[in-house]
Structure formats: C-alpha cells, structure tokens
Design a protein around this ligand. Sequence first.
Ligand code: GLA
Length: 390
Amino acid sequence: MKEKAVEKFKQLFGDKGDIRIYFAPGRVNLIGEHTDYNGGHVFPCALTIGTYGVARKREDRKLCFYSMNFQDRGVMESSLDDLKPKKEEGWINYPKGVIWAFLEKGYEVEKGLDMLLFGNIPNGSGLSSSASVEVLTGFVIKDLFGLPVSLKEIALLGQYSENNFNGVNCGIMDQFAIAMGKKDHAIFLDTSNLSYEYAPLKLKGAKLVIGCTNKKRGLLDSKYNERREECEKALEEIGQVVGIQTLGDLTQEQFEAYKDAIHDETRKKRAKHAVYENERTIKAVEALKKGDIPLFGQLMNESHSSLREDYEVTGVELDTLVEEAWKIEGVIGSRMTGAGFGGCTVSIVKEEAVEEFIQKVGKAYEEKIGYKADFYAVNIGDGPFVERIK
Ligand code: GLA
C-alpha cells in the first residue's frame, strides 16, 4: 500500500526532491468518556491502524492535497495565503486547519507542500480519523520545516485547529492519544494539567475488539457541542456553592452533596456522568495496574450505562452492540468509545471467545438494526513516525 501511495504521489506531483512518508495512528479510548473537556481523566491508546501521508515541500506557497480515500475529489489546492475553512471542501479542512494553527501561533511555514494521504481507519468509525489527519499534518509540518514543536504541542495545535478552524469544540484526548501513543500501552492522562503516565495493557489472554455500528453520524458535531455547553452551565451553577475549576475536581460524595445547585434535571445528569466517569477511570487504571482485568471490564460496562442513562450519547445502535456483547461469557467488558451517537464500541474479549462474539453480536445487530456491523481485533501501536524515501 505504501508503495502504491508513493507511486501515486509521483504520478500526481512529479518525482523530484525529498519525498518522505509519514504515519499517525488512530485511537481508541478504553475508559473516561466525555471527561476531557471537564478537566477529568481519560485512558486512551493509539492503534496500529491510522493515516499515512506522502509529502514534500514546494518552492511556492501552494498547498496541494490528495486523498486516496476520496479519489473522486482529485487534487485539492489551497495556499498559505488563503487559509479559511469552506464547509463544502470537507476533509481538506483538517490539514488546512492545522497549517493555519501553526501560522496563528507564530510558527514560520514559509513554503507550501504537496501531500497525499491514505488511511486505513474505517471512515466515520469514531476511531478519530480526523485527529489522526491533524496530528499527521502537524508532524509533517514540523519535519519538513524543521520547527521546534514537541509532540504534545502538535496535539494542542491539532485541537486548536479543530476548535477554531473546524468549529468542533473537542477536548484534547484524541490528538494527545495519537501524538503520544506507545506500543502496548494506554495513556492515563489528567486533562486538567496534561500530566500523564503510560500503563502497560496486559490483557492476559484477551483481545481488544472494536465493533463499528456503520451508522451515519449526521448531527454529531452539534450534539457534541450541546453536551459541552450543558456541562459548562452545570459547572457554573455548582461553582456558586463550592470552589472548583472543573467538574473533574469533584468527588462523587461532593457531587451528591452539592448537586441541587444545578437547577435542571438534564444538566444534573450530565454533570453526574462527568464526575462519576472521572472516578471510574481512576479506579479502572488502579485495577489494571493490579492485574484485575474483571474489575476493569466491570467499570467499562458501568461507563456505558452512564453514557446511556445520564449522558445520553449512545443510541440504539451502540446499545445493541454493547448489550449483545454483555450476554457473551467470554466478554470481560464492553462499552461505546469516542463521542458516541454512532461510531464504535470497544470490548475486551477472551481470545477463545472472539469468534463467537463477532458471530453472535453481528447476527443480533443485523436482525435488530437492519444492516451489518463490522468488527476488528486491534493492536496498540506507537505515535507518529517518518521514513525517508530517498
Ligand atoms: C470526541 C472528542 C474528544 C472526547 C470524546 C468523548 O472523540 O474529540 O475530545 O471529548 O469525543 O470522550
């Protein structure tokens, strides 16, 4: 595939100069959902699937992009002097947004570039193909222009571009997990101060299996922004009675003591999820460190229930995949992952039960929903890297 991409790049943009090939992973979050913009903890990991990029600096200020996943769109051109999002342009707003973010933050990107992308993350699956493209672009810019940016800063530039160029008010989890990924480890990140720790993911004869709903996710961005606003308002209300910076500062006991300061039942449920999910994440990482995989799995299940009942971001597709998974004996834990409203589930499944899991959950899903789900056993990989071609 890499050879094909390089071939295509040369065919589209010529074969002169220093062509390089890059990779940035996708991510899956194991637990800690909708906590990252609430100052809580998350526990994601980078995957071995992701986005490849073939890129080369140009001599002028043009930005030329081509995606092998959207070949019908052909080469899409922009320029360093014209970096404004145009809704109709779709995917190229992600790389454009990141280059815009570098310029906004005062980095010197003097020349344009040619860049070809190809990804093997299923589109719209909730495994963060967009954050993968953002981190990939940041990594390409750093490398091609020799800029002094750390991987953590690349993650922050990706988030800044997504918030301010693409209008999605996401937290830092996805870009951080992708930029800082480490093979066979998950990242325990405190989003209130970006301190983090790597935890080896030793699943003792079990595998991580992704279940993809294949649901089209139309309203995702607006629903996501709505949840964020609900949490901000709840924080403001509860902040009147207790001195906190974020919902992540509260323990469950404190939340129960102060929750009546929130004057709306829906907002109360949203805030409850943010607080309880944060504590669950801390507990889950402790359980993993002790080798208590069953407890880790149980906390994953509780996370899903809270996202279904209190945060209300699941929907019949994700619920069906998870509830059918819970019926299977070899499933240690199963929950939705990512923003929700479609996208994927993540399950820890005993190796000997993987086949039965895929077969039974897949059948029940198709019967109930009317179309198929896809399943992938995934591996945990490293963050971004570059290979010189010549
Ligand atoms: C999306 C966002 C993340 C995070 C998750 C929910 O993936 O990009 O920042 O908020 O949803 O946990």
